[in-house]
Design a protein around this ligand. Structure first.
Ligand SMILES: O=c1ccn([C@H]2C[C@H](O)[C@@H](COP(=O)(O)OP(=O)(O)OP(=O)(O)O)O2)c(=O)[nH]1
Length: 284
């Protein structure tokens, strides 16, 4: 197995087109630079919602921004045409990987594969990564592939639209979570500010309303409230003898039953004669 150097690429391309629009200028140390094509599917990320806008068309020179924690399907502009006696290897360019873009997808292209290549990437970095259509974002190597059994396979022409459903939801990276926490802290700070404002307003309104409420209480509620409930509470708490104004005073006292007749000691009524005369006659 031998990887193709630039010379092998150029010599072989004289009889077969391995990459659409082949240009030797795009070769670098045996790697052919494939560029970003016109469509992408991007996950909702941490600051957007739903997968409705996941599919993105990228116009010529148009930019696609991948936020921290976002996951995307990208497609190459070029199609590759592998014969059955070669195999391909793919990767993302180092420059963009150093910004934090991770290539999650496979690394080989089957012998006999014909079509565009789809890359699955994830922004694991702390900052948004902007890529543009036509940017030489991917690397493609070819190697001889000995033996038989491979056949021509029709590959991708575009990104299947239903792949958007696979990217529904969020894929939070530590950076995305940190950004989310900062957003929430800002919201909490705003709410705190609103709460303080509310308390200040309530205090000011309270100052203006106090004389009115106090007057209302003194003139309407206090006479009724003070005479009934207040006195009752004071009597109970301080074990006071119910005052004449107190409701307890007005309540009938519990009557003690009179002692039984047999229990009463016999008392004699002193004779009228022994009663010291007051000199007064009855009826006087
Ligand atoms: O990141 C990748 C990896 C592969 N391919 C293309 C080239 C490859 O020939 C084809 C199938 O890839 P692979 O053989 O790895 O996928 P599979 O899941 O094993 O599918 P299959 O069983 O059809 O081979 O998809 C891509 O577009 N992107």
């Amino acid at each position: 197995m031998a990887f193709w150097a630039n010379e092998s690429w150029i010599a072989a391309s004289a009889t077969h087109q391995y990459v659409s629009g082949f240009d030797p200028k795009n070769l670098s140390d045996g790697a052919y630079k494939l560029t970003l094509g016109g469509e992408a599917i991007v996950s909702s990320g941490y600051s957007e919602s739903g997968s409705e806008d996941a599919y993105r068309e990228i116009c010529q020179g148009g930019v696609l921004k991948l936020l921290p924690g976002q996951f995307a399907y990208l497609i190459t502009e070029e199609k590759v045409f592998l014969t059955t006696d070669i195999i391909g290897f793919i990767n993302a360019a180092t420059g963009v990987k150093l910004k934090g873009l991770v290539n999650i997808s496979g690394f080989h292209v089957d012998a006999g594969y014909e079509g565009k290549l789809i890359f699955t990437v994830f922004n694991a970095g702390p900052t948004p990564i902007s890529i543009f259509r036509g940017q030489p974002l991917f690397r493609f190597w070819i190697s001889d592939f000995r033996g038989t059994g491979s056949s021509i396979k029709t590959g991708y022409d575009s990104i299947p639209r239903d792949w958007a459903d696979r990217l529904h939801g969020t894929y939070p990276s530590p950076f995305a979570l940190s950004a989310r926490i900062i957003e929430l802290e800002k919201s909490v700070g705003k709410l705190e500010g609103q709460k303080n404002q509310f308390l200040i307003y309530a205090f000011i309104i309270g100052i203006f309303l106090f004389p009115f409420v106090a007057g209302l209480y003194a003139s309407v509620f206090a006479p009724w409230f003070g005479a009934t409930v207040s006195e009752r509470i004071l009597d109970t708490v301080f074990k006071r003898t119910p005052t004449s104004g107190s409701p307890l005073a007005k309540e009938p006292q519990e009557a003690k039953p009179p002692p039984a007749a047999s229990d009463q000691p016999a008392t004699k009524t002193p004779p009228a004669a022994n009663t010291p005369s007051t000199g007064a006659k009855p009826g006087e």
